[in-house]
Design a protein around this ligand. Structure first.
Ligand code: SIN
Length: 173
């Protein structure tokens, strides 16, 4: 039997919004990348006039980014390409599973060369930006809070995400 399934690595909304059929899912990590709220979102958590801020991966030597890997059938890729169309591209990467096994997988990354890229900014600015934005998939802060919650559920500590969550929660007080 021909196996035309692929492993996809999710590190942002793909961790908590699984709107596609998957054959199996496992916690996994990739090396050399950190999660950052540096990508603009025109179509999910913002609008073209006021793009939200969502995560992408930024290269950093020796870093480990933890998330969830999904094994999906080939036809799911078209759905994911459409969902991630605002600047993300498929990148092939080695995926590491908790049991020590490794395989080749696909990760969606939005590089600094895409038009929607917003890049680095002071954390207080990023938090204020997230607090204000909303788009067709919901509020930008819901994206952040759900990501932080799902990382905690996975026992993953991400100082960038958790600092933004604390800043937003402090703003609400
Ligand atoms: C991902 O979750 O892996 C990509 C970024 C996103 O859709 O939030």
């Amino acid at each position: 039997m021909i196996d035309n399934s692929h492993w996809i690595f999710g590190y942002g909304s793909l961790i908590y919004k699984v709107d596609f059929p998957c054959l199996e899912s496992r916690p996994a990590s990739i090396t050399g990348w950190v999660r950052r709220f540096w990508q603009g979102s025109h179509d999910h958590r913002g609008v073209p006039e006021a793009p939200g801020r969502v995560v992408t991966l930024v290269p950093e030597k020796g870093a480990v980014c933890q998330g969830v890997a999904y094994r999906v059938n080939e036809d799911v890729l078209a759905h994911l390409d459409f969902r991630e169309k605002n600047g993300y591209q498929r990148v092939l990467t080695p995926l590491h599973f908790d049991d020590g096994n490794q395989c080749q997988g696909i990760v969606y990354i939005a590089t600094e060369h895409n038009e929607a890229y917003l890049g680095e900014a002071p954390m207080t600015e990023i938090a204020a930006h997230i607090q204000l934005c909303a788009g067709p998939s919901g509020s930008n802060q819901d994206y952040l809070f759900r990501l932080a919650e799902s990382l905690r559920d996975l026992a993953v500590y991400d100082d960038h995400v958790f600092e933004l969550e604390s800043l937003l929660l402090a703003n609400k007080k």
